[in-house]
Design a protein around this ligand. Structure first.
Ligand code: HEC
Ligand code: HEC
Ligand code: HEC
Length: 439
């Protein structure tokens, strides 16, 4: 199977599905966006009707929607499909959507393509699994859909049949999707908010539509808990064991404190003064966001920055047991930190941004879920190589050199030192993630 980048998951009491999942975004070709109110500026010097412009715009939009990354297997042919998406219910394989008349979408027309993006139904009416992020793509304008379609059918046909999904009963029954759709799917193009700026509307259109950011980032939740609504909100990406923080909650991503240029750097370069991206978000930046224009990235940052913070209930004061655990692990954690981590992240936790991210006051390591910092320490990683940061710095893995207890100690240390507000983690938490898939 190919690298597992995408997933989905979660069940609903009705027995339905809920693919939550994961994606990545786009990349581009210098193009421009649509001519509606959510459009970016038109390309200088070219008539909007030029065929080349249309195809370039379509490619740009397809990268913004990450169609390419999802519908192209690693080392596979463009739009040939075949990428495996692991879910708790089995594996979905992305279909061939090349211009091939037999195996791809070569016989579709622009109306049918728009209808599919808009309604989540294939050409013959088959209900699509939401691993295809139509719940977000329904926001895409007709003009943008047409440009993408024109581009896609201009690419070479790939004469390879789509691989059938391998889903367990009852998830292989598409009729279950009716329940999912009635709970979670609201059809409709993006409607600009006249009270907000053109830039904000452009950002909202991209984030809520093609960007399908909410497939991974949703409101804070109980980690894919048992209720249907919470399940879909889940920030923990099933099977992948990465946590996508809420982008609105101050306790999570906490973008409230970030400046617009800092958010834009993170999205486009993959590194910033505040932190770096890693895990599935690094793929989103690599495959998609780094290719977007400066204007579109800034618009997205403007929109993200404006999202209201949901403060929720204040955190309960730590129990005595938690405090004792922290006090027990902290000194060991500090010792390990000073010996193994301070060289890059500095003793005061300020790092050397943008290449060595700060750990002090970095919300991405203070979240309730400690999955991400534990995995970073176990596996290390690289920020993505991007046009604006072509030679990213890396962090070494510590899975071989530190015991579960030592991992727990150092992660507890970075989550609670320097007035960070995280909670301690246990050796069991660390152990559980040793077997997580490296994407
Ligand atoms: C997260 C991965 C993912 C992304 C991103 C994604 N798709 Fe899909 N797509 C899928 C999967 C999985 C299916 C199959 C769904 C099913 O069988 O119900 C699918 C189905 C489709 C189909 C239906 C094919 C058919 O024969 O019925 C089309 C067309 C399509 N995608 C186009 C696109 C376009 C255009 C984009 C970008 C705007 C895109 N996809 C982005 C995963 C993805
Ligand atoms: C495939 C799932 C996935 C998709 C799609 C995705 N993200 Fe993420 N994102 C993550 C994960 C996991 C993290 C945590 C790792 C990290 O901070 O790099 C994250 C982190 C972030 C952060 C950093 C938060 C912080 O505090 O450091 C921002 C900002 C962000 N994402 C914005 C976006 C935007 C905007 C989009 C849509 C254009 C998007 N993401 C799409 C999975 C995803
Ligand atoms: C050789 C330099 C180096 C060392 C040593 C190092 N790191 Fe890192 N660390 C990095 C780099 C570079 C990144 C960004 C990687 C990425 O984006 O994938 C990073 C990222 C992180 C992150 C995620 C930061 C964020 O923005 O959310 C955490 C947590 C972390 N390191 C903890 C540690 C701990 C704990 C140790 C010691 C056990 C350590 N690091 C040792 C270089 C280092």
């Amino acid at each position: 199977m190919t690298r597992l980048r995408y997933f989905a998951a979660s069940v609903v009491s009705t027995g339905v599905v809920a693919l939550v999942c994961s994606i990545s975004l786009v990349s581009f070709a210098g193009a421009q966006a649509s001519t509606t109110t959510v459009a970016a500026a038109p390309a200088a010097g070219h008539g909007p009707s030029s065929k080349t412009d249309l195809l370039a715009r379509g490619e740009y939009l397809a990268r913004a929607g990450d169609c390419i990354a999802c519908h192209t297997a690693p080392a596979g042919k463009l739009f040939g499909g075949g990428l495996g998406m692991l879910t708790p219910f089995g594996t979905l394989y992305t279909p061939n959507i090349s211009s091939d008349k037999q195996y791809g979408i070569g016989r579709w027309n622009a109306d049918e393509f728009y209808k599919m993006l808009h309604t989540g139904k294939s050409r013959d009416g088959t209900l699509l699994y939401p691993a295809m992020p139509f719940a977000a793509y329904t926001r895409v304008t007709r003009a943008d859909s047409d440009a993408m379609f024109a581009y896609m059918v201009s690419t070479p046909p790939i004469a390879v049949p789509s691989r059938p999904h391998d889903l367990k009963f009852p998830y292989n029954k598409r009729s279950l999707l009716i329940g999912w759709r009635s709970l979670y799917f609201r059809q409709g193009e993006y409607r600009p908010d006249p009270a907000m700026s053109v830039e904000w509307n452009r950002g909202a259109y991209l984030v809520e539509g093609l960007g399908h950011c909410s497939m991974c980032h949703t409101a804070i939740n109980a980690l894919g808990g048992s209720s249907a609504s919470k399940a879909f909100e889940g920030g923990l990406i099933p099977m992948q064991d990465w946590y996508a923080p809420s982008l609105t909650s101050n306790k999570e991503a906490g973008l409230g404190e970030w400046s617009i240029p800092e958010i834009a750097d993170l999205l486009q370069a993959g590194v910033s003064e505040r932190g770096a991206v890693y895990g599935p978000m690094a793929q989103v930046v690599h495959d998609s966001l780094q290719h977007l224009s400066d204007e579109d990235i800034r618009a997205m940052a403007v929109y993200l920055k404006s999202l209201p913070e949901r403060s929720g209930a204040p955190p309960a004061p730590p129990t005595q047991q938690v405090t004792e655990e922290k006090n027990r692990l902290f000194p060991l954690g500090q010792k390990i930190y000073e010996a193994q981590c301070a060289v890059c992240h500095r003793a005061d936790g300020h790092g050397m941004p943008p290449h060595f991210p700060p750990l002090a006051n970095n919300p991405s390591i203070e979240m309730d879920s400690a999955v991400n910092p534990i995995r970073m320490v176990l596996n290390g990683g690289y920020a993505p190589g991007t046009a604006k940061n072509p030679t990213p710095y890396g962090m070494p893995p510590f899975a071989q050199t530190l015991s579960d207890e030592e991992i727990a100690a150092v992660v507890t240390y970075i989550r609670t030192a320097w007035s960070n507000h995280g909670t301690p983690v246990t050796a069991r938490d660390a152990n559980a993630l040793r077997s997580a898939l490296l994407y």
